[in-house]
Design a protein around this ligand. Structure first.
Ligand code: TA6
Length: 299
């Protein structure tokens, strides 16, 4: 399978597919700007590192690469629902896109030396059982000095479909105790740890306990100021008016088998979402794109 994919899509000096953990196919990208890794399982970006910079994405050292389970860390694609399915709480948490095998649509390079990988996922009898809508989902990943991820939902069915989604991005930080997150000052948020109570953000976000919040009515960039590593990470987005901020802290980390107990100080999730009242309804033949661009600056 890997050989067949490489015969069609490998690009010298840019991109090759190899067998990752458990022989799962992974795109290994290396260009003049950065390195990156993208698993076909889940359409899951698991690494991004600009040249002469530290890794940008956090990966759990206890991640299980064991389909259909999702991979812990990187950028899980949560779709077509976020969190627990309201209609069917027994169905997979955060939808099924991150649990399925995506296929390679196209690999290419850009005029500025960036590498572009397009992956696709289509509805099938299995997805129709979980979610009764025909769809084509595409994920475009652009690896340059920054990382752009675009998730596009095309409604190929004959009725409107309402989706929630997240690019559930795990960022690596030097020390969560020294992190502050700017860009959400004054915004309302649902506190997922307090019965979704609506509260208002006052100033930058700092984290000294479990935090799990859906910020509302925001199209703004978020900036993670990471004092320990003397850098800031900017998350710019389109097609989204909600942003999730999550750190599991101590007790929740212990409850997740694929999350190390001492992992919470080295990560924070800033998630580009269509969540809560930011769900999107797409008409038959229509589409919606959720997109984010991640860049790193020296603080
Ligand atoms: O985005 C935050 C969140 O919804 C948390 O409540 C936590 O459950 C996290 O996602 C991880 O979910 P997962 O299903 O990947 O373990």
């Amino acid at each position: 399978m890997i050989d067949e994919i490489n015969s069609r899509h490998a690009i010298p000096d840019h991109l090759r597919f190899s067998a990752g953990p458990n022989h799962m196919p992974v795109a290994m990208i290396e260009n003049d700007h950065a390195t990156a890794e993208i698993h076909l399982h889940g359409g899951h970006v698991t690494a991004f590192q600009p040249r002469n910079r530290k890794p940008v994405l956090w990966m759990s050292r206890e991640a299980t690469f064991c389909p259909p389970k999702p991979i812990r860390g990187g950028i899980p694609v949560c779709w077509p629902w976020f969190g627990t399915s309201a209609e069917h709480p027994d169905r997979p948490q955060h939808g099924f896109a991150r649990n399925r095998e995506w296929r390679v649509i196209r690999a290419d390079t850009g005029t500025a030396g960036e590498t572009i990988l397009d992956l696709g996922l289509k509805s099938d009898p299995g997805t129709m059982e979980l979610w009764p809508h025909a769809f084509e989902l595409s994920l475009k990943v652009i690896v340059a000095g920054s990382l752009t991820v675009q998730l596009t939902f095309l409604n190929t069915g004959d009725s409107p479909a309402t989706v929630a989604a997240a690019l559930h991005t795990y960022f690596a930080v030097g020390d969560i105790a020294q992190v502050r997150i700017a860009g959400l000052d004054g915004r309302e948020y649902h506190d997922q740890l307090d019965s979704m109570t609506v509260k208002r953000q006052n100033g930058d976000i700092t984290i000294a306990e479990e935090v799990d919040r859906i910020y509302l009515d925001t199209e703004d960039d978020c900036v993670i100021h990471d004092a320990a590593w003397n850098r800031s990470i900017r998350v710019a987005k389109t097609g989204s008016r909600s942003t999730v901020v999550w750190n599991p802290w101590i007790e929740k980390s212990k409850r997740m088998l694929d999350f190390p107990n001492d992992g919470y100080p080295e990560m924070v999730c800033i998630e580009t979402t269509n969540a809560a009242r930011d769900q999107r309804t797409v008409e038959p033949g229509g589409s919606h794109t959720l997109s984010q661009t991640v860049s790193v600056d020296r603080d």
